[in-house]
Design a protein around this ligand. Structure first.
Ligand SMILES: Cc1cc2nc3c(=O)[nH]c(=O)nc-3n(C[C@H](O)[C@H](O)[C@H](O)COP(=O)(O)O)c2cc1C
Length: 313
């Protein structure tokens, strides 16, 4: 069965999608996931303030290249005017979709009324969506949770509100704010969201294999399935062949990732972050813990490259 879907006029050809993950879904990792079969990748969440006020760090996070397209840039913020301005700025960049973060549970974000706090404030959420849509011709999507807590599962009506205000797609993480990132994923509410709107819906939560991705696509009736933590150290989650079980093949994944890091970033400046990614390639595999120890001991990027070369097939 061919699973494709359309966000406004943009066709997404493969249904498994890389979720936005702050601290992880930078340009090299997105490129890697596209190479391994992701149909679409999201940037990390990007502050509308940072964009509007031209903050260097924020601007660095917006970097994209044509090989990774289609790419969705995720904005967060709680001020409709600033979010609109940020959308205008993003529209001049090489991105295909603007996503609005309405699901982040982190205190720092929620305290300012952004992220998941917007699920308690439909009027403000509607104003943000309207304002963003009015400043861009790109498809605008919204990423939400099932609700704030188990007794307020507002996702279906929230999604309808988003559609009515111009959104072209919805991604739903099947947990409430109260649940954070643990507890059971509520695919039933995700299915209810799908039934409540006519725009594409992307389901999300705890998918860690390609096969599970397809299964949940079918069970939920969603148009796409989004994978976050399951893709870390495991870009094969987007490939039909699945995650390899030999060290050498896992090492090939790391080598591909390191190659992209070398090409698109300054590796020695972000060594701790790279080691965090690298160690994950060897989870749950015989001999993996010894390699992880080696990885954590390296003191420069070149040493990490040497480890990956020493295992090349
Ligand atoms: C480290 C980390 C960073 C995240 N950053 C973002 C983010 O920037 N924007 C967002 O909408 N969701 C973010 N999320 C939520 C994920 O996109 C996803 O909805 C959630 O992890 C559930 O999917 P999973 O079980 O496949 O990881 C983050 C989650 C984690 C664990």
């Amino acid at each position: 069965m061919i699973h494709t879907f359309q966000l406004k006029s943009l066709q997404i050809h493969k249904p498994l999608i890389l979720a936005p993950l702050a601290g992880y879904t930078d340009l090299p990792f997105r490129l890697l996931c596209r190479q391994y079969g992701a149909g679409l990748c999201y940037t990390e969440m990007i502050s509308c303030h940072g964009l509007v006020y031209n903050k260097k760090k924020t601007l660095q996070m917006t970097r994209t290249v044509s090989e990774e397209r289609p790419v969705s840039l995720q904005l967060f913020g709680a001020d409709p005017v600033l979010m609109g301005e940020a959308a205008g700025i993003v529209s001049d960049m090489n991105v295909d979709i603007i996503d609005i973060n309405m699901g982040c549970p982190v205190k720092k974000v929620v305290k300012k009324g952004a992220g998941a706090a917007l699920m308690k404030n439909l009027d403000l959420a509607a104003a943000i969506i309207r304002q963003v849509c009015s400043k861009t011709s790109l498809p605008v999507t919204v990423k939400i949770r099932t609700g704030w807590s188990h007794d307020t599962l507002v996702a279906p009506e929230f999604a309808r509100m988003a559609e009515d205000n111009g959104a072209s797609g919805i991604a739903v993480h099947g947990r409430t704010w109260t649940q954070g990132f643990g507890g059971e994923v509520d695919w039933q509410t995700i299915s209810r969201v799908k039934k409540s709107v006519s725009i594409p819906v992307i389901g999300n939560g705890d998918i860690s294999t390609y096969q599970d991705g397809l299964t949940f696509l079918q069970i939920s009736g969603c148009d796409g399935v989004m994978i976050g933590r399951g893709a870390l150290g495991n870009p094969w989650v987007f490939s039909e062949d699945g995650t390899p079980t030999t060290l050498a093949k896992r090492m090939k994944g790391l080598a591909d990732h390191l190659c992209l890091i070398q090409k698109y970033s300054r590796p020695d400046k972000i060594l701790a972050k790279i080691k965090n990614h690298a160690g994950r390639y060897f989870k749950g595999i015989a001999g993996g813990s010894a390699i992880r120890r080696k990885i954590y001991d390296v003191s420069c990027f070149e040493e990490l490259l040497e480890i990956s070369r020493s295992f090349s097939m």
